[in-house]
Design a protein around this ligand. Sequence first.
Ligand code: NAD
Length: 478
Amino acid sequence: MRNYDNFINGEFTPSTGRQRITCINPSTGDAICTVPDSSQADVDAAVAAAEAAQNEWARRPAVERGKVLRAIAAKILENVEPLARIITEEQGKILDLARIEVAFTAEYLCYMAEWARRIEGEILESDRPGETIFLFRQPIGVVGGILPWNFPFFLIARKAGPALVTGNTIVIKPSEETPHNAVKFCELASEAGLPPGVINVVHGRGATAGKALASSPRIGMISFTGSVETGSAIMAAAAPNITKVNLELGGKAPAIVMADADIDLAVKAIKDSRIINSGQVCNCAERVYVQQNVASQFVDKLTAAMQSARYGDPLADPSVDYGPLINQAGFRKVDALVRGAEAAGATVVTGGKRGVGDGGYFYEPTVVTDCRQGMEIVRREIFGPVIPMVTFQDLDEAIAFANDSDYGLTSSIYTRDLDVALRACQEIRFGETYINRENFEAMQGFHAGWRKSGIGGADGKHGLYEFTQTHVVYLQRR
Ligand code: NAD
């Protein structure tokens, strides 16, 4: 078993702390590697390295910064297979999805590099004679990035890509569940010529390394992806320093199936979205609303589709559709929501049990009908291969159900009627709506949640500018 260190100022650097975390393969329970549970001093050292590197990095033309991102992307593309295996081993997604994640990460870095020649300020008309007003977009300085485990490799790029091209340097804390891919990222970035201090990675738990990073007075922004509860803790940690927060939090995406929908298309899209990454995706269909008069047909087809999904250890059997849940806590949460729904009067049509597998946290593909809006399974993020279903009478009721949520990340509707689709777009209060399909989002879009799903967002022009601050200059002619 390998023991890995933090990556600070371009070097793998031993932690000053004594605690180590063992990373586990969720399919087998086997130990993979250890990383430090970094101390305050480690985080401070990483922030200091990022701070020291930032001025020189920001002075480079953006296009030169973009070249570094492209060089890292090229290295990633030379290593798709080993990277995919690392991700599958520590996170449990199937190899095909891990390969997609790796390739998408490289593409994302290249996409962000393209922005180098497109970062724009503004020239504003002044009220005073002989004066010109310039609005510049400047880097924030040092950005902190705290990551979840579900798309661990891609999320490094989603934070570092926009941060670096706009002239910031970054300190990243990967999830303690999935640190290995981040170690590999650092190795490849180093080989690609990343200047020391521009990307730093500190490993550790949320309560230690994560909290130290979020509460550092020397970072200008903390960009976090993870749960609502942790987002709230991060806001609290950032508050004393008035540090800007960018939060990509959980979701409880409603999928509305109208009676006029292409039912086969809806069944396939919802089933695929619910088993991809074992249902552990922030924007996959988390609750399904189906119009009463097609409900029985829809349930039959969806049940058959879910029953056809095969799960297992993706490294032992690359043909499975999905792997294990990430850990025991994730497994218990999913199972408790299914048991709670049953106790409250819902019907488990298929699944609802631990899946077979030696030591892995597998959960059967599950369909739960007769759910009501007030049930926990309809209100809380499940993060597992479980579909709770509620029926509705008409579009008004469906929209009211969809909007009745603390979450506001993504949503979907299945219909052939353009008027219905348009009304849903106008009245569904979510950051994203997919019509006649499910996730994923595009890198040129803007992935941003309403309500408790987040503050700010990621991707595209709007995501890029989250990593900048404005500087307005008044130039008075004498
Ligand atoms: P999590 O909130 O448990 O942990 C995320 C990260 O925060 C980890 O690195 C963890 O160590 C760290 N952390 C925990 N407590 C902390 C604290 N007090 N201070 C600082 N850092 C702390 O989330 P998770 O279980 O890793 O990920 C799953 C969640 O992420 C789901 O809710 C999912 O919806 C969400 N997610 C959202 C998006 C999005 O784009 N909106 C994308 C992916 C995942």
